[in-house]
Design a protein around this ligand. Structure first.
Ligand SMILES: C[S@@+](CC[C@H](N)C(=O)[O-])C[C@H]1O[C@@H](n2cnc3c(N)ncnc32)[C@H](O)[C@@H]1O
Length: 341
């Protein structure tokens, strides 16, 4: 995978590197994913396609909703413990964030690193180029001692580029319980890839949502104002915009359900009636029965034991962990396991 720097016209402390899906292959990759997801039974769509410009903006609104306790709880833990989370190196480590979005909560870590080391190179990775650029520009304006090199790419492609470019110690950061979008085996695959990109001096700071009362979980993914419903339906709008799809959004309903057997909240788009939808850009016409759903997202919920087991299966061990007072959310710092297979 080759990465090419976008043309400058930016502050010298800011660079955006493009590669992988977001550098040209995206329309094809999206069409192929839509075609294969809507031909499978049950129908599915990969949740990373939520995050076009509109989806990223809607996600920012979700973070401010009263029901979405995840963001403010994680932010409070970061506010209290950021100094300890970034400690441990003689000189500033490169801070690499997976799925950085607006980087709002990450400011806590950036400020703690600037306090501890006086300077920092921050490397956010996100498939959504617009939000990556906007947040990177805001950060270099806010912090004169910060350099930012953003990767507009998916995790896997960007990690290869990061390892190639930076050989200093790194603090990898993966917040927002984004890991929860992966089933256990996929999570182990991604974490193992991360482990294989790391050296013994590197650390991973991982933010994860804990299992809890199903009513609180369902409300977090089905808010009273309907913002999460718009976020979920936006994936159909994106198909309409980018692939000439003919989805009528009024004929689909947002649904979020907690599955205790799988310890996860599932989001679905349920067809209100029997219907046929043409998607010329994906070379597909797809039929729906009344009540048939498209499964769009999983958000797995964890116990501390499950997290330690995930660490072990991926080649890590827990170094430290922090929780909020109500035990809703957990951040943990992992290092490479000393006896790796
Ligand atoms: C749930 S949001 C979390 C944003 C932020 N980290 C937070 O905690 O609020 C997930 C972010 O990861 C990005 N993302 C999702 N899947 C990705 C992938 N496979 N590769 C790179 N970025 C991805 C999305 O664009 C989005 O900004």
């Amino acid at each position: 995978m080759r990465f090419e720097a976008a043309p400058p016209a930016r502050p010298r402390r800011l660079a955006i590197v493009e590669g992988g899906e977001s550098a040209g292959e995206a329309p094809d990759a999206f069409a192929l994913a839509v075609r294969s997801g809507l031909r499978s039974r049950p129908k599915t769509l990969p949740c990373r396609y939520f995050y076009d410009d509109q989806g990223s903006r809607l996600f920012e609104q979700i973070c401010d909703l009263p029901e979405y306790y995840l963001t403010r709880t994680e932010d409070a833990i970061l506010g209290e413990h950021a100094d300890a989370m970034v400690a441990g190196w003689l000189a500033d480590p490169v801070m690499v964030e997976l799925g950085s979005g607006s980087s709002s909560k990450t400011r806590r870590l950036i400020e703690a690193a600037l306090r501890a080391y006086g300077a920092l190179h921050y490397v956010p990775i996100d498939v959504s180029k617009t939000i990556l650029e906007e947040s990177a520009e805001g950060l270099v304006r806010a912090y004169p001692d910060l350099r930012v090199t953003g990767f507009a790419a998916n995790y896997r492609d960007a990690l290869a580029g990061v390892v190639e470019r930076f050989d200093r110690p790194k603090l990898f950061v993966f917040l927002g319980s984004s890991l929860g979008n992966y089933e256990a085996d996929e999570a182990v695959d991604l974490l193992s890839l991360l482990a294989s990109s790391m050296d013994p001096a590197d650390r991973l700071l991982l933010g994860t949502d804990l299992d809890k009362d199903p009513a609180a979980l369902e409300a977090a993914y089905d808010d009273a104002r309907g913002v999460t419903a718009r976020f979920n339906l936006n994936i159909l709008e994106r198909i309409n915009r980018e692939l000439g799809g003919r989805f009528d959004l009024g004929r689909f309903e947002h649904r979020a359900r907690y599955r205790a057997d799988l310890r996860r909240v599932e989001m679905h788009l349920v067809s209100r009636e029997a219907q046929e939808v043409a998607i010329p850009g994906a070379g597909l016409t797809t039929r729906f029965d009344e009540g048939e759903s498209i499964h769009t997202e999983n958000s797995h919920k964890y116990t501390p034991e499950m997290l330690r087991s995930l660490a072990d299966r991926s080649g890590f061990e827990e170094e430290a962990a922090w929780l909020d007072r109500r035990g809703l959310f957990r951040l943990q710092r992992w290092r490479l396991r000393s006896s790796r297979p």
